[in-house]
Design a protein around this ligand. Structure first.
Ligand SMILES: [Zn+2]
Length: 121
């Protein structure tokens, strides 16, 4: 493994740890909020708009949880590419991804030009 790959692996493992901690927090929040919603719905004289905001928070957290899951999948895939030696190359054209892009987005799988195309598709 080259120094660059070693560096990338360190960055990816930090990112993995950060996302897993985030995911653990969110699932705890989701549990708390589900209980919260049940408790509030069981109260009489509950103001409807307050129930609405609880449900809204729950949906927001679920959306965040989904995006954390997909980021985790990307980071794990990138770690796999470091291990099999294909890390740091654009998956579309096989060209090296510029180091500054990898530094900013260690889990990226495409060069900037092909990322734009993928986002458009
Ligand atoms: Zn490319």
């Amino acid at each position: 493994m080259t120094l660059d790959q070693h560096h990338a692996l360190g960055r990816l493992q930090d990112e993995l740890a950060r996302l897993e901690a985030l995911r653990a927090n969110i699932s705890q929040d989701l549990l708390d909020e589900e209980y919260g919603v049940e408790r509030e719905l069981s109260l009489l004289d509950q103001h409807p708009s307050e129930i609405g905001s609880e449900v809204h928070d729950l949906e927001r957290d679920q959306a965040i949880a989904e995006s954390v899951e997909s980021e985790l999948a990307e980071v794990r895939a990138a770690i796999g590419r470091v291990e099999d030696g294909t890390y740091g190359r654009c998956e579309v054209d096989g060209e090296p991804i510029p180091p500054e892009r990898l530094e900013a987005m260690p889990a990226t799988r495409r060069c900037a030009a092909h990322q734009v195309e993928a986002d458009r598709a």
